[in-house]
Design a protein around this ligand. Structure first.
Ligand SMILES: Cc1cc2nc3c(=O)[nH]c(=O)nc-3n(C[C@H](O)[C@H](O)[C@H](O)COP(=O)(O)OP(=O)(O)OC[C@H]3O[C@@H](n4cnc5c(N)ncnc54)[C@H](O)[C@@H]3O)c2cc1C
Length: 250
């Protein structure tokens, strides 16, 4: 049985910026396509391509965040593949609607007989708790396998085997624990990511989604520092990482 002790987050798509020749910006400083795209969009509002304040992209976007002009961040979309999170974590994640798109592993179609499971952060590191947790999870998975087999027999009269399998799996998944691992592709614009990260990196967030959000934040900060650098990661009193943000809900 595969056990995840931390999420895996991969950046799988980033913006491409095709600067129109007739509206060239006087760029200052290095920046990624996503950051320049956001700056370009902001400068269209005031036709300030000549960069009157001689700002670098980082300085320009800092001011955008300070002014709460966050709509220009919506043009930069980043797509992450997230693995090693539990079904309960993804259930919380998909509550973030505005500016996000999701594609999640389907438990109706995918055989979960060999699914992986995610240890809750609060259980990690306690050998007794971990082994008890693992025993319950293994029992649930064995029950899943038995229910699938029984339902395949019960609905043997359903001629389409693919449909029969789906009927069996969609019912059998009800005995799988919340800890069952999911894989999910999440596309979100920078403004949406910021709003989600602010809520889910906070100390009030559930520990697993907080850990996932911190992992996403690290990937996004590396990719587009000017869009995410005002988040500060720290270790909270509960000994888990959290992050605070300088510019609230831009
Ligand atoms: C610590 C914590 C505890 C939580 N506990 C619970 C819980 O016990 N039960 C529960 O059900 N949920 C819970 N949630 C989920 C929470 O209620 C939200 O569903 C989730 O955080 C997504 O936030 P959102 O709706 O602001 O995000 P999004 O849907 O991404 O929306 C982003 C922003 O867009 C605007 N917006 C989006 N949709 C609308 C709309 N229809 N009308 C007007 N403005 C809109 C709002 O400004 C909103 O903040 C919890 C969340 C956190 C962080």
């Amino acid at each position: 049985m595969e056990i995840f002790r931390a999420p895996r987050v991969f950046l799988i798509a980033r913006p491409e910026f095709l600067e129109p020749e007739h509206l060239r910006v006087e760029w200052r400083g290095d920046a990624t396509a996503g950051e320049r795209l956001a700056e370009f969009a902001g400068r269209i509002c005031y036709m300030s391509q000549h960069n009157p304040a001689s700002r670098t992209t980082a300085e320009y976007l800092e001011n955008i965040k300070k002014q709460g002009h966050g709509s220009v961040l919506e043009h930069a979309v980043y797509v992450l593949l997230i693995e090693g999170i539990s079904r309960s974590c993804s259930h919380e994640l998909v509550r973030h609607r505005a500016g996000f798109g999701y594609s999640q592993l389907s438990q109706r179609y995918v055989d979960e007989s060999h699914a992986a499971f995610v240890v809750p952060p609060a259980i990690l590191g306690d050998a007794t708790l971990e082994s008890e947790w693992e025993r319950h999870v293994a029992e649930a998975q064995a029950a899943y396998v038995r229910v699938v087999e029984a339902l395949m027999q019960r609905y043997v009269w359903v001629a389409d085997k693919g449909h029969r399998r789906k009927m069996a799996r969609e019912a059998a998944r009800s005995v799988l624990p919340n800890a069952t691992e999911v894989k999910i592709v999440v596309s979100g614009n920078a403004r949406a990511w910021r709003t989600m990260l602010e809520l889910r990196c906070g100390e009030g967030a559930e520990l697993e989604i907080r850990r996932m959000a911190i992992a996403c934040l690290r990937v996004l900060q590396r990719e587009a520092p000017a869009l995410f650098s005002d988040f500060e990661i720290y270790v909270a009193d509960d000994k888990q990482e959290a992050a605070r943000v300088a510019y609230h809900k831009v």
